[in-house]
Design a protein around this ligand. Structure first.
Ligand code: ADP
Length: 949
C-alpha cells in the first residue's frame, strides 16, 4: 500500500489503550502530525486520532494520512493488511534520518537494497523508501502483474495518453476528464501529456500519470488545464524520435489527441512513422529489442477540439457552441448600444476557412447581413448591403448589425474586411458605424452544456476506440452525426477538411458548401429567408397560395418561443402569407385577441426569453370550448396554424384533430413547434428551450458546487424540473459532474439511498481531509412522492454523520433561463421555416385546384390526418410526424414519449462520478465505520439491559 499508488489513507486499530498511545507516539516520532480537528465531533468521544505525514516530509508524494483507533478485539481493518501480504509504504526524503529515529526508539529495522523494513507497535509491516518511481508495488507479485498488464493483448490494461494540441477550445477539460476517468474504469493506466506535442518531445514531468482525482473539478473550466502549444520540434523527425522514446519508456503506445486538423495530421504522421522510429531507437541502442517488439504499433484516436466547427465528417466540434455563446452574448450587448444610438456595427468573428460561427451568430442574433468564406457575395455586394440596410432602416429598424468571418472573401478571393464594410455603411448611407473585433473572447469562458456533454460522450468513445483498435484499423476520428457519436477514418476527415480550403481557392464555392455538414446550407437559406426582408420577390408565392396563418403559444414558457415566432412571421411575409399572432394561447383565440403581425413588429425577438404572446396551459376541448375555437378560425379565415409549446401543444393538436369530424373549419393544416424545457414531446429529439434550461441548470450547479466546497463536506440535493421525464437531470448531471441522479424513469428506493450514502461516504473518506469536496445530486421533481428532495437531504444529513452534511436547492423557474441559448435560437429559426413549408405543402394542391376552377378556397383545406403534425428535430434533419401516428409511441399518462434517446447517458453519470471505484482504503474505512456503529448499538443495548434488568 503506498501513497504513490494513489492511496492516501490507511486505518490502524489498536486493541489496548497502551498500544494505542504507543502507536501514536511512534508515528509522531517518524514525522506524522496529529490533525486534532478531525476527531472533535460531539458524538465522537471514542479514541481516534488522525495523523498526517506532510508531502514536504516525503519524497515527491502526496500527503499520507493514518487514522489510528482504539477498538477492542479488532486488530486489522484494512482487508489488504489482514492477509499479511502487504505493508504500509512510506516515502521518506532522508533514509538515514529515518533509520536514526527508529534506532533511538529501539525499533528493530533491516536494510535491504534501498529499502528499510520495520514494524510499528501494532506489528504493521512498514517499508521506508526514498525513490518514488521504484515504489509502486509492495507485493512482489505486483511487479509481475504490472508486466503482464503491459503485455496483455486483451482490451484493458492499456497505457493511454491524452494530449490537447493546437488552438485551445472550451470543452477540452471535460474531454480529458472523461478520457481519464473512463480509461481508469476500464482498467487502463492513464497519462496526460502537458503542453501538447511539446510535452511528448520533452518527456519528464510533462507526461504525468493521472488518477481519478487528478481531473476533479475540471468540467466547468474553460481552455485546457493540461496546456497546449504549437510545437516546431514535433514537425521534425528528430523531435518525434524523442517523443517515441518518452512514450515507450513509460509503456505508452496509445494516444488520444484532442485538437484541430493540424494536430490530427501531426498525429497521423506520427503513427505512420512510428515503426521506423522504433527501429531507429532500437538500432541506436536507446531501447531494447524486447521493448521495440512490445510497442510495434501506435494507436491514435482523434477528437476535434476547434471553435470554428471546421472539420469534415462531424456535425459539430468541441468548443464551437461555447464560442457561439460568447459571440451571441457580445452581439446582444452591442445590440443595446446600437439601438440606443441608432448605430451600425460590423462585428468580426473567428473562422479562417469556415463561416459556421458567422452564419450561426447571424441567425442567433438576427443580424442584417453576414459574410462567410464558403458563400462569397455577388460582386455588387456593397450595393446589396446598402439596399438591405436601407430597407431595414426604412421599416423602422434603429440598428444595423453586420457579422463578418475573419476569412470572408469575395468571388475574386479578395478578403472582405470589417473596415471597408464600415466605410461603405458610413459613406454611402451616412450611418454612424463602428467595428468590433471579438478576438480571443470567443475562445474563453466556461464550456456550455452542449460542449460539456459532447466532450464527455466523445471522450468515452475515444477510449472505447483505443480498446477496439488493432494494428490494421485506420486511426479513427470521433465525430458526431445525427445526434450520435461516430467513428470515421481520421485522415479522410482531415483530407475533406483541406478540400474545403482548396475548393474555395479554386473558386468552387458550391463544392465548399457541399463539404460542410448537411445543415449548413439549409441554415444559410434560413438566414437569408428569415432575416433579410426580401426585395427580389423570388420567395413570393402566387396570390392564390398565400395563407392566413395563426401563430400562438401554449404551456410553460421555453427559450426559443419568441425566436420561432419571429422567423415564422418573417418567412411567412417573405412568402406573401398573412401572419396573425394570437395572444394568450387558446383562451385568446376564443376571445379573438389576435392581430396581423408585421416584419418590424417582431424585430429584436430572437434574444428574448419567455413568451411575448403570452401563454397558458388551457387545452382546446378540455379547458377551452372547441366550438368557439372553430368559430373564430372560420371568422378570421385562418387557413393554417402554428402552435408553439410542449406537451400541452401536443395534447391540443390531438384534440383538434379528433374534433375535425364535428367542425369543418378545423380541417386546416396545424403544426406544433415543440417548445418545453422537459423535452417530453413525442416526435422530436429536442424541444426548444431544453438547451437554455440545461445551461441555466449547470451554471446554477457550478455555483452550488462551489458553495458546497467552501462549506466543506456538503452534498447538495438539487431539484430540477422535467415533469415525468429525467432528461434534464441526466443531461445536466453529465454536464455538471453530479454524483448521481434520481429520475422518474427509475424511481427511488430505500436500498438505492443506502447505496448512495455508502458511495458518498467512500468519496468523502477518500478525499484529502484538508480539501473537502462539495458534491451535488440532481433529482427530478417527480422522481418519487415519498423520497422528496427534503427527505433525501435529511437522510443524507443523518447518515453522513461527521463525514458530510446535506442541503437542498430547488431551482424552480430559474430553469426556464433568461436569454435563450444560441442553439435554441437556431433550432427555433430552422423549425419555424419548416413549419411554414409544412402549411404550404398541405394546402398547395387544393388552393391551386380551386384557383384553376375559378372558385374561392374552401373552408376545409385538408382533411387527412397527416396535416396535423409535430415538426421535430430528428438527428440532422427535420421530421413531420402526424400526431395521430405519434399516439402509439406516447405514454399519455406520464406525458412523454415511450422511448428516450438520452437514457443511454444515464449510466455515464454514475460511472464518471466514481461509483464502484473506491480505493481499498475507503472501503476499509467504511467497514470500520460500520463496525463502530455496530459497537455503539451494542453498547447502548448493554446500557439499557443493565438499567432494566
Ligand atoms: P490545429 O490543431 O488547431 O489545427 P496547428 O495546425 O497549429 O493547430 O497544429 C498544432 C500542432 O500540431 C503543430 O504545432 C505541430 O506540432 C503539430 N503538427 C501539425 N501538422 C503536423 C505535421 N504535418 N507533422 C507533424 N506535426 C504536425
Amino acid at each position: 500500500m503506498s501513497n504513490t499508488q494513489g492511496f492516501s489513507h490507511f486505518v490502524l486499530c489498536a486493541s489496548t489503550p497502551d498500544k494505542y498511545e504507543e502507536t501514536i507516539t511512534f508515528y509522531e516520532a517518524i514525522g506524522f502530525q496529529r490533525m486534532l480537528d478531525q476527531c472533535k465531533t460531539k458524538e465522537d468521544n471514542r479514541h481516534k486520532v488522525w495523523m498526517k505525514l506532510k508531502a514536504a516530509a516525503q519524497a515527491q508524494a502526496a500527503d499520507l494520512v493514518i487514522k489510528i483507533t482504539l477498538s477492542e478485539g479488532n486488530t486489522f481493518l484494512d482487508p489488504r493488511q489482514s492477509n499479511g501480504e502487504s505493508a504500509v509504504v512510506i516515502l521518506v526524503k532522508d533514509m538515514e534520518k529515518t533509520r536514526a529515529k527508529l534506532d533511538i526508539m529501539s525499533v528493530q529495522c533491516q536494510s535491504q537494497h534501498d529499502r528499510l523494513y520495520s514494524c510499528d507497535p501494532l506489528g504493521t509491516p512498514l517499508i521506508f523508501y526514498n525513490k518514488p518511481h521504484g515504489l509502486l508495488k509492495t507485493d512482489p507479485r505486483d511487479d509481475m502483474c504490472d508486466e503482464m498488464r503491459h503485455f496483455d493483448p486483451g482490451k484493458t490494461h492499456r497505457r493511454i495518453a491524452i494530449l490537447t494540441s493546437g488552438g485551445d477550445a472550451p470543452g477540452m477539460n471535460p474531454c480529458v476528464r472523461a478520457v481519464v476517468r473512463y480509461g481508469i474504469s476500464m482498467g487502463c493506466d492513464m497519462y496526460a501529456v502537458y503542453e501538447g506535442y511539446q510535452g511528448l518531445v520533452d518527456g519528464g514531468e510533462r507526461i504525468r500519470r493521472m488518477d481519478w482525482k487528478s481531473v476533479r473539478g475540471w468540467l466547468h473550466v474553460g481552455g485546457t488545464l493540461i496546456g497546449t502549444a504549437r510545437c516546431k520540434d514535433f514537425q521534425q523527425r528528430q523531435g518525434r524520435l524523442r517523443a517515441v522514446e518518452n512514450l515507450v519508456s513509460r509503456g505508452i503506445d496509445s494516444i488520444i489527441v484532442c485538437g484541430g486538423d493540424g494536430s490530427l495530421t501531426g498525429a497521423d504522421v506520427f503513427r505512420a512513422e512510428w515503426p521506423s522510429l522504433i527501429k531507429e531507437l532500437k538500432d541506436n541502442g536507446k531501447i531494447t529489442s524486447e521493448l521495440a517488439e512490445k510497442h510495434k504499433h501506435l494507436t491514435i484516436v482523434g477528437l476535434v477540439g476547434s471553435i470554428d466547427n471546421d472539420m469534415a465528417l462531424t456535425d459539430i466540434t468541441i468548443g464551437a457552441v461555447t464560442s457561439l455563446h460568447r459571440i451571441c452574448e457580445s452581439v446582444d450587448a452591442i445590440n443595446t448600444t446600437a439601438l440606443s444610438h441608432s448605430r451600425a456595427f460590423v462585428v468580426e468573428v473567428m473562422g479562417r476557412h469556415c463561416g459556421w460561427l458567422a452564419l450561426m451568430a447571424g441567425i442567433a442574433t438576427g443580424a442584417d447581413f453576414i459574410f462567410i468564406p464558403e458563400r462569397p457575395p455577388d460582386d455588387d455586394w456593397p450595393e446589396r448591403l446598402c439596399k438591405v440596410a436601407r430597407r431595414h432602416r426604412d421599416l423602422g429598424k434603429r440598428k444595423t448589425i453586420v457579422i463578418v468571418a475573419e476569412g470572408a472573401l469575395d468571388t475574386s478571393l479578395n478578403p472582405i474586411k470589417a473596415d471597408p464594410i464600415k466605410n461603405i455603411l458610413s459613406e454611402r448611407l451616412g450611418l454612424d458605424t463602428r467595428v468590433t473585433t471579438l478576438g480571443h473572447v470567443q475562445r474563453g469562458g466556461s464550456p456550455c452544456a452542449a460542449d460539456r456533454i459532447l466532450a464527455t460522450v466523445q471522450g468515452v468513445q475515444a477510449v472505447r476506440a483505443v480498446l477496439d483498435s488493432n494494428p490494421d484499423t485506420e486511426s479513427p476520428l470521433i465525430g458526431m452525426s445525427n445526434n450520435k457519436v461516430t467513428c470515421t477514418p481520421l485522415m479522410k476527415a482531415v483530407e475533406l477538411t483541406h478540400e474545403v480550403a482548396k475548393a474555395i481557392s479554386e473558386k468552387n464555392f458550391a463544392r465548399a458548401m457541399e463539404l460542410r455538414d448537411p445543415q449548413f446550407s439549409e441554415e444559410y437559406d434560413a438566414f437569408t429567408a428569415s432575416t433579410i426582408m426580401d426585395d427580389t420577390t423570388s420567395l413570393l408565392l402566387p396570390e392564390y397560395a398565400r395563407l392566413r396563418i395563426a401563430i400562438l403559444h401554449i404551456g410553460a414558457p421555453a427559450g426559443g418561443m419568441n425566436a420561432a415566432t419571429r422567423t415564422a412571421v418573417r418567412y411567412a411575409l417573405n412568402r406573401g402569407h398573412h401572419p396573425i399572432v394570437v395572444y394568450n394561447g387558446f383562451t385568446g383565440l376564443v376571445r379573438g385577441t389576435m392581430e396581423d403581425e408585421t416584419w418590424i413588429g417582431v424585430d429584436g425577438w430572437t434574444p428574448r426569453g419567455g413568451s411575448e404572446l403570452g401563454t397558458n396551459r388551457y387545452i382546446p376541448g378540455k379547458d377551452v370550448d372547441m366550438g368557439m375555437i372553430a368559430y373564430q378560425i372560420q371568422k378570421h379565415q385562418i387557413q393554417g396554424m402554428i402552435v408553439i409549446g410542449g406537451f400541452e401543444a401536443y395534447s391540443a393538436l390531438v384534440e383538434l384533430e379528433k374534433e375535425r369530424v364535428h367542425y369543418p373549419s378545423l380541417c386546416i393544416p396545424i403544426c406544433q413547434l415543440p417548445a418545453t424545457i422537459s423535452n417530453n414531446v413525442p416526435g422530436t429529439d429536442f424541444s426548444l428551450g431544453t438547451d437554455t434550461a440545461l445551461n441555466a441548470i449547470i451554471f446554477s450547479c457550478d455555483a452550488i458546487a462551489q458553495s458546497a466546497r467552501s462549506s466543506r463536506r456538503r452534498v447538495f440535493v438539487v431539484e430540477v424540473q422535467g415533469g415525468k421525464t429525467g432528461y434534464l437531470a441526466v443531461e445536466a448531471g453529465l454536464a455538471s459532474g453530479a454524483n448521481t441522479v434520481y429520475i422518474p424513469e427509475e424511481g427511488i428506493s430505500l436500498a438505492r439511498l443506502q447505496s448512495d450514502v455508502k458511495h458518498l461516504m467512500a468519496l468523502y473518506l477518500d478525499d484529502d481531509p484538508d480539501k473537502s469536496e462539495g458534491r451535488i445530486i440532481l433529482r427530478t421533481e417527480t422522481a418519487s412522492n415519498t423520497y422528496t428532495t427534503e427527505v433525501i437531504s435529511n437522510i443524507l444529513k443523518e447518515e453522513g454523520h461527521q463525514f458530510f452534511d446535506s442541503r437542498t436547492a430547488i431551482l424552480g423557474h430559474i430553469q426556464q433561463g433568461d436569454t435563450p441559448s444560441p442553439l435554441d435560437r437556431i433550432r427555433a429559426t430552422r423549425l419555424a421555416m419548416r413549419a411554414i413549408e409544412f402549411l404550404e405543402i398541405h394546402t398547395n394542391g387544393v388552393l391551386e385546384t380551386y384557383h384553376n376552377q375559378g372558385k374561392p378556397p374552401p373552408v376545409e383545406l385538408n382533411t387527412c390526418h397527416e396535416s396535423v403534425a409535430v415538426i421535430g428535430i430528428a438527428g440532422n434533419g427535420v421530421r413531420y410526424s402526424p400526431v395521430r401516428d405519434l399516439l402509439v409511441e406516447t405514454d399519455i399518462k406520464n406525458r412523454k414519449p415511450r422511448g428516450a434517446w438520452w437514457y443511454a447517458d444515464r449510466d455515464l453519470v454514475d460511472l464518471l462520478a466514481g461509483r464502484g471505484m473506491f480505493t481499498p482504503e475507503a472501503q476499509a474505512r467504511i467497514h470500520e465505520h460500520e463496525q463502530d456503529e455496530e459497537e455503539e448499538r451494542k453498547a447502548e443495548r448493554r446500557k439499557f439491559e443493565r438499567r432494566y434488568s
